[in-house]
Write a protein that binds this ligand. Structure first.
Ligand SMILES: [Zn+2]
Ligand SMILES: [Zn+2]
Length: 128
């Protein structure tokens, strides 16, 4: 499988028994299905093993957003995480595959608390 963002190759990486993702051997981008992301969030330390790409490089590649799904070759949609709106990723309407740049999964997993702190510092009123 070819990386949609760079000339790298997406290699299959597994963690535990349930988690299998494709990771680019150049830019460190991850391609996986939403249920796998949930599983990765649950697995302690999974981000260390799976999201081993350079987050700085990932930030550069995050700007590249007109990409096609490496599986279906159709254009992917740009989405953001409902809880962490600063995290943008690409998602495929056909296979539901998600493309996360290097560092984004670690961000998804750990930043929830930091986001709350930031909201507090900004003094945003709670909704409802
Ligand atoms: Zn790549
Ligand atoms: Zn797809």
């Amino acid at each position: 499988m070819r990386c949609p963002k760079c000339p790298g190759i997406m290699q299959m990486v597994t963690y535990g028994r349930k988690i299998a993702v494709h990771r680019c051997d150049r830019c460190g981008g991850l391609f996986c299905k939403p249920d796998v992301v949930l599983e990765m969030k649950r697995e302690w330390m999974s981000e260390i093993v799976l999201d081993s790409g350079d987050a700085k490089l990932g930030k550069q590649y995050n700007k590249l957003d007109n990409i096609s799904c490496p599986e279906c070759a159709i254009p992917m949609d740009k989405c953001y995480d409902k809880n962490q709106v600063h995290i943008w990723y690409e998602s495929c309407a056909q296979c539901e595959g998600m493309y996360l740049d290097a560092g984004e999964f670690s961000d998804l997993k750990y930043d929830t608390l930091m986001d709350r702190v930031r909201d507090f510092v900004k003094g945003r009123r709670p909704e409802g």
